[in-house]
Design a protein around this ligand. Structure first.
Ligand SMILES: O=C(O)CCC(=O)C(=O)O
Ligand SMILES: [Fe+2]
Length: 343
């Protein structure tokens, strides 16, 4: 045997041995310190890795079920208060998609919730359309008891910090809250990426989707995610909106994943560029969810120069109150975009 093949067994001098011992002690002190102060204080490192790779992660029992019951009550109350707006928002979108000036005017002239509901239902019947869901934005704003309960839920559960840890950013702003109210029989939520509808020039946006009714199976309309699509720069670069309509089909054939069953207290988090959708609500109950979206404190507001495209218009109501009061192309600072976590 050659002498140098035995190198790892050599005893070395006593000072070398002491050096190794010192290094070992130092390494174990670092390990202990890391255990005492882990980098990810709220989120397990595996969850961070899954989010990084797949663009989504399910966090089970993140919230206490009893607290979610309280949140549900506040959300339902806020939805009742915003229902008229939710009907007219849907009609505006249908009118835009179908270039239907008559519907746009009729929606504008509606004065009561009953009239708006009737107009939407009649239009859908006549046009063979199914309402996918009703949506109410920014239900955490305002000084009502219910808005304050929603805002407290976000803060008390350190949601801004969890968002920062999952995205790997130093801080987060609360961008929007959104109720998705899918009555029994309402249709599918089509494939989309949230950042395509938002006025942000960033990769750092995340949404926590909190089901407020139990989701047992696909029939209860959980979110479905095209795993890994948040990293697919080629998809939006080469394809038109129509070409990206179904990322689970040709040409991408993404793995489509959902996190059902989801109990009260469970939630899912998805990246702003991740394609996601939801099947129709075939269950017997209404399906209610609250989506809470965060962006990095360093996120820039989208400018208007040399853009390939502009944000799709679905979420315009959500940011119309502040978009004119921030500097395009700069980090966003506005009282309607509260910084809720900074390390
Ligand atoms: O609840 C839904 O059907 C859609 C939710 C969604 O798209 C979101 O939270 O980003
Ligand atoms: Fe979405």
């Amino acid at each position: 045997m050659r002498e140098d093949s035995d190198w790892f067994k050599h005893e070395g001098s006593s000072s070398q041995v002491e050096g190794f011992e010192e290094a070992r002690l130092a390494a174990s002190a670092v390990a202990e310190e890391c255990q005492a102060r882990p980098t990810f204080t709220n989120v397990d490192v595996h969850a961070c890795l899954e989010f990084e790779r797949q663009g989504h992660v399910g966090l089970r029992s993140l919230f206490a079920a009893g607290e979610v019951e309280g949140l549900k009550q506040a959300v339902v109350n806020r939805f009742q208060a915003e229902k008229f707006k939710a009907y007219t928002q849907k009609m505006r979108l249908f009118a835009e998609d179908d270039d239907d000036e008559e519907l746009r005017k009729a929606a504008q002239n509606c004065r009561t919730e009953e009239d708006a509901e009737k107009l939407l239902k009649t239009w859908c019947e006549e046009n063979d359309a199914v309402v996918p869901f009703l949506q109410a934005f920014n239900v955490h704003r305002g000084s009502s008891e219910d808005s304050e309960a929603i805002m407290s839920f976000v803060r008390d559960n350190s949601m801004g910090k969890i968002a920062a840890e999952l995205m790997g950013v130093r801080g987060t702003m609360l961008y929007q809250t959104s109720i998705f109210y899918k009555e029994a029989g309402h249709g599918e939520t089509s494939w989309h990426a949230d950042l395509a509808t938002s006025p942000w020039d960033t990769n750092a946006m995340i949404t926590c989707w909190i089901p407020l009714t139990p989701i047992e199976t696909l029939d209860d309309s959980p979110l479905e995610f095209a795993s890994g699509s948040h990293r697919d720069v080629a998809l939006p670069y080469w394809y038109t909106n129509e070409g990206m309509e179904d990322p689970s089909g040709d040409p991408r054939e993404y793995d489509v994943h959902n996190h059902a069953p989801l109990q009260l207290g469970d939630c899912t988090w998805h990246h702003g560029w991740l394609f996601h959708a939801a099947p129709p609500n075939l269950g017997k109950q209404d399906r209610i969810a609250l989506a809470v979206s965060f962006v990095s404190v360093d996120a820039h507001v989208l400018g208007s120069k040399k853009l390939r495209r502009r944000p799709e218009r679905e979420d315009m109501e959500s940011y119309s109150e502040w978009i004119g009061e921030v500097t395009p192309g700069s980090p966003a600072r506005h009282h309607l975009l509260p910084i809720i976590y900074e390390s």
